[in-house]
Design a protein around this ligand. Structure first.
Ligand code: IVH
Length: 696
């Protein structure tokens, strides 16, 4: 058995020393990759596994603790110094599709939504594998640049973007007063190779792929570093504009070129589905020979008028999709199977692989999904397997090459005991995952929940990285999210009674910390004492509730008080009526609020924080904002779904039946009882034309 696989209690002293050195090296490498280079090197669970192993070995051989031990390090430099920029229009992402049939479905759904059988022109564009940017121009002059960030708030990278030669600083021709251009910054394959070669010869850590190199180069606090790296860009869409002087995507590209932006030469206007398919096949064919990485093809409805009618779902437009290229595969062996425990207690099997190059990225870990998948495909330690990765998705183990199986291999037995806390791990009926029943007494779950709570898209507390959370948890300094907000009081620099002073934390006395860093941490924490409703809901870490769902809940409930009231009292009427929240999700949400320790944490947090009510800023001026509308009869100019989406995007609630709370009834042809009831109740009735006027 290799040393790094040996259980800690079987290590000799020499082996332990060797292992401590290896782990210190690995973790340092990972820290640099994570904090400075934007390069994924270890997954969170791998990182945690190393951290635990290090602690265990140090506990057995305290005399071997190294000066550079990861257990002594406090946090890594955090790139929080970029100031934030709120996007005037959110930077959305695209839904992914993987087959021609899906593309077909996309075009069909567009036609259905628009209720037309006409051909729809589609712009086909290579999907550049870089990172998106927004560049704002005022009177043709470049004034501000931002990253996408979480889509709502990005980082100010004005000076970094300015160093990119291809970005025009002064636009040519006739330009709208305010013009925000969006596109992708990337590093060419050649520039990437050159950079890595140089780094290698200088003994520096290299980048995993061009995308990481581009991200690491653009998000540099020192723009001089960005300037040294060769970055390129393509422009492909817009954000805020004072006057839209184009009426199609093709027309927009013409303007972009005229203003001085690089556009991709393979952007192709397609008139038929066949042409769309051909454009994909062509890009697939030339992909390897392109000087930059692309990971698929983006299709957009060409007409802006139609785009506007189609509108948006929560995070993606209805008028565009990304057709991703198929995954790349490689063959390697499973060295070990590790079970990691997540924030909701899910036990996830991870294959530790013999490192292998998959389409330019070195992969050493891959997901095995869950217990059933391991059983079904009979994955075993020592097996030779096919693995694959597609884009940003975690690499997966696809299948075993049975002919190569070692004769002495044994089937993998999935643990029924949580490897982190020893509690029973059970599977509920119909559930694919086995979960630890330890709840917050399971350190893995408690820690993962705090890590989630402070993460970028939740409370975004700079200075509370994973390592510090782990340390503070282990030392009892932060056991629940509430403790974050009492940290400063407990630190002992305020007015404390004598007995309190005795227990004061005095973080500034910790090795590697000083008054400055402690003050900075408190400032970061205090700046989050007012938090938006969607972030707060997301931060709670309710099973299945990601950012999009949190946003939906915020929109529908308006305030945390309303939301919590309904959930605690199991009043689910509103919840289940929300488009996008299914019954399973609703159950998880309600259950979360039935657990006493969750309520305790929430109440503790509410004592420390203010959760802002949700205001949908975009709908402020709309005549439909806050109104309840009901559609009845057949509409002629638009489909029911289009009308409904339009009304919702203007802040209206669309109800199915007429009541005293209804503000407007929109009456199409052959309207029935709803219209009659509305007349009885004296509710304002609009014809389709009147509705169109109202919303235009
Ligand atoms: S359009 C609302 N066009 O892909 C539509 N995106 O998965 C916004 N991307 O965040 C995006 N090439 O970073 C668009 N030709 C292209 C693109 C492209 C690459 C990236 C972009 C976006 C992501 C969406």
């Amino acid at each position: 058995m290799k040393i790094d696989e040996k259980p800690v209690n079987e290590l000799s002293k020499e082996e332990a020393a060797e292992e401590l050195a290896r782990i210190a090296g690995e973790m340092a490498k990972s820290d640099i990759a994570y904090y400075q280079n934007d390069a994924p090197y270890l997954t969170d669970s791998q990182y945690d596994a190393l951290k635990h192993r290090n602690l265990d070995i140090e506990a057995r051989f305290p005399e071997l603790i190294r000066d550079d031990s990861p257990s002594k390090k406090i946090g890594a430099p955090i790139l929080s110094a970029f100031s934030k920029i709120k996007h005037r229009f959110p930077m959305l992402s695209l839904a992914d599709v993987f087959s021609i049939e899906d593309v077909d479905d996309f075009v069909m759904s567009v036609k259905r939504f628009l209720n037309t059988s006409d051909n729809i022109d589609i712009m086909s564009e290579p999907k550049i594998d870089g990172l998106s940017f927004a560049a704002r121009y005022e009177n043709g002059r470049f004034v501000q640049g931002a990253t996408r960030g979480d889509g709502t708030i990005g980082e100010d990278i004005t000076e970094n973007l300015r160093t990119i030669r291809q970005l025009p600083k002064h636009l040519k021709g006739k330009v709208p007063e305010i013009l925000e251009i969006r596109g992708e910054v990337y590093m060419s394959k050649a520039d990437f190779m050159e950079l890595n070669q140089r780094y290698e010869s200088e003994g520096k850590k290299t980048f995993a792929n061009p995308r990481n190199a581009a991200a690491g180069s653009l998000r540099q606090l020192d723009a001089n570093i960005t300037a040294e790296r060769n970055l390129s860009l393509f422009a492909y869409t817009w954000g805020e504009v004072s006057e839209r002087v184009w009426d199609s995507q093709a027309d927009f590209f013409d303007h972009l070129r005229e203003w001085g932006f690089p556009t991709n030469p393979y952007n192709t206007l397609c008139h038929t589905l066949q042409e769309v398919e051909d454009s994909y096949a062509r890009l697939m064919e030339i992909r390897a020979s392109l000087p930059y990485d692309i990971d698929g093809v983006v299709y957009k409805v060409n007409s802006i008028a139609l785009q506007e009618r189609l509108g948006f779902l929560t995070r993606t437009p209805r008028w565009a999709v990304a057709h991703k290229f198929p995954a790349e595969q490689a063959i390697t062996t499973i060295n070990d199977i590790h079970i990691s425990v997540g924030r909701t207690g899910a036990l996830t099997p991870v294959a530790f692989l013999e490192p292998v190059n998959v389409g330019g990225v070195i992969v050493s870990r891959a997901t095995l999904h869950n217990e059933d998948e391991i059983k079904r495909k009979d994955f075993r330690i020592g097996d030779t397997v096919i693995i694959q990765r597609a884009g940003d998705v975690i690499p997966q183990v696809v299948e075993v090459i049975k002919e190569k199986r070692r004769p002495d291999s044994v089937a993998f037995e999935f643990p029924h005991i949580c490897p982190e806390c020893g509690a029973h791990a059970i599977r509920e009926e119909d559930e694919a995952v086995r979960r630890c029943t330890g709840g917050l007494s399971c350190p893995a779950q408690a820690i993962e929940r705090i890590i989630h709570f402070v993460s970028r898209n939740a409370f975004d507390i700079a200075g509370l990285g994973e390592k510090i959370v782990q340390e503070f948890y282990d030392e009892g300094i932060i056991q629940t999210p509430i403790d974050i907000f009492t940290l400063e009081r407990r630190n002992g620099d305020g007015d404390l009674f004598a007995h309190e002073l005795e227990n004061a934390l005095h973080l500034e006395r910790r090795e590697g910390w000083g008054k400055k860093s402690v003050e900075k941490l408190f400032a970061a924490i205090n700046s989050r004492r007012i938090i938006s409703l969607p972030r707060f809901i997301y931060a709670l870490g309710i099973r299945q509730v990601g950012e999009a769902t949190a946003l939906l809940l915020a929109k529908n409930y308006g305030s945390f008080k309303n939301f919590m009231h309904d959930m605690v009292n199991k009043e689910t009427g509103k919840l289940v009526s929300i488009d996008g929240i299914g019954p399973a999700m609703a159950t998880d949400i309600v259950e979360f609020f039935q657990e006493e320790h969750n309520i305790k944490i929430i109440n503790g947090l509410l004592n420390e924080l203010t959760v802002e009510d949700y205001v949908d800023e975009t709908n402020y001026d709309s005549p439909l904002a806050g109104k309840t509308v009901v559609f009845t009869g057949t509409l002629e100019k638009m489909t029911r779904s289009e009308a409904k989406a339009k009304a919702q995007s203007l802040g209206a609630k669309v109800a199915g039946s007429v009541s005293a709370n209804t503000d407007y009834v929109i009456e199409g042809a052959d309207a029935g009882s709803k219209a009659a009831k509305a007349r009885d109740l004296g509710i304002k009735i609009l014809t389709e034309d009147e509705f169109s006027d109202l919303i235009s």
